[in-house]
Design a protein around this ligand. Structure first.
Ligand code: CP3
Length: 347
């Protein structure tokens, strides 16, 4: 079995034979086999069974032919180790038992103990490192996105409590960002030590902020995370989430290798905003998967033509796959991305 390192090479802006592809949230939900497992176990129960979690991470590699695997886990998992009780509730998402809203709540957060509390996650990574013939991407939720769950107590549309804390209690906010930043740094470092080959920092909801507020209240912690992890010899991806186009010009000095783009900004415009240093990943609207296959292929072709104009392009969606996506369409799309991009690169 030969190891397919196309994804890693594209992250480093090196030559590849085809454009590598993986899909955010590819582990699971659109797959009937996964849904069957979910009838028996919750997400958190699966994460505590490393063999099963590893198996689910490998399913999209086998079934779709993607060029990277992503760890089956959730961005909320590490907060269990800093003293936050939560559950993932069906049809809602993460729900926090006692939301974090005061200075005392923030003071109570403990340092993360990955080996002590989250050894099952490291074990899953170690199994995958042995089994996979493509790179394993591990991930963490970024401090703003994690904070939005901790403060609101559940998914939110307005982030009103999060923003209220940020604007009214800047010291408390800063302390929370510091503590979550430390959590992310320790957590991601342990992933790489256990065999992770790249990582992505998911900042799914930070696009709700005005650029100047992002720069003041959030970017210093993001910059610190990538700076403190810069000694790790693995590609590092920052995904600033949905509606993040206006934030892109603030990212130019980040010590990351790849920036994930959403579909509201073109690859060309995204590259212009972040500068020459980065590879880009994205950015098909996930709901384009509802379109007929010929339209889907036409749009994929356009993205590949645009992506290949500069070194460093990884095909992905602009946000995560939704549960109703079709496995067959995803398989056909993946094949098409490989074939078409290979033919363009050969020319
Ligand atoms: O990519 C993958 O499939 C790997 C696993 C993964 C999960 N969550 C498993 C999961 C990843 C990378 C995540 C990241 C995650 N989790 C993000 C960032 C990505 C994004 O979508 O922006 C966020 C914001 C969360 C928080 C979260 N977890 C929400 C909002 C929900 C409920 C809604 C949803 O997306 O299903 C979850 C639950 C969750 N995490 C599920 C899975 C497979 C579905 C519920 C379940 O199966 O119990």
């Amino acid at each position: 079995m030969t190891y397919n390192d196309t994804f890693i090479r594209a992250c480093r802006k090196q030559d590849t034979e085809h454009v590598p592809v993986w899909y955010m949230r590819q582990a699971g939900r659109y797959d009937p086999e996964y849904r069957k497992i979910k009838e028996k176990y919750s997400l958190l129960e699966i994460c505590k069974q490393p063999d099963l979690a590893a198996e689910i991470s490998m399913m999209p590699v086998r079934k779709l032919g993607v060029d990277a695997a992503i760890l089956y886990s959730d961005i909320m998992n590490p907060v269990a180790s800093i003293g936050v009780k939560f559950d993932i509730v069906k049809d809602i998402g993460p729900v926090i038992e006692n939301p974090i809203r005061t200075a005392a709540d923030v003071d109570r957060l403990k340092p993360i103990d990955v080996e002590g509390d989250l050894s099952h996650i490291l074990e899953t990574i170690a199994i995958l490192d042995k089994e996979l013939d493509v790179p394993l991407i591990t991930f963490a939720g970024a401090p703003f996105t994690i904070a939005s769950y901790l403060i609101e107590g559940r998914p939110s549309k307005s982030y009103i409590r999060t923003k209220a804390l940020m604007y009214n209690e800047p010291r408390v906010w800063e302390k929370l960002m510091d503590k979550l930043g430390d959590m992310v740094i320790t957590y991601l470092r342990s992933h790489v030590r256990s065999g992770g080959k790249a990582f992505q920092l998911f900042d799914s909801w930070v696009g709700t902020l005005a650029p100047r507020d992002f720069e003041t209240y959030v970017l210093p912690t993001i910059s610190r995370i990538f700076a403190e992890l810069s000694d790790l010899d693995v590609p590092k991806i920052y995904f600033p989430g949905v509606s993040s186009g206006e934030l892109l010009p603030t990212l130019t000095n980040l010590q990351a290798d790849v920036i994930g783009l959403d579909w509201r900004v073109s690859l060309t415009e995204g590259r212009r905003r972040i500068g020459e240093k980065f590879a880009v990943q994205g950015n098909l609207d996930p709901y384009l998967l509802t379109a007929p296959m010929d339209i889907l292929k036409e749009r994929a072709k356009e993205l590949i033509d645009e992506g290949l104009q500069k070194p460093g392009y990884i095909f992905n969606l602009g946000h995560g796959l939704y549960p109703e996506a079709s496995l067959d369409k995803l398989r056909e799309l993946t094949e098409y991305i490989h074939e078409y991009s290979q033919s363009v690169i050969k020319e």
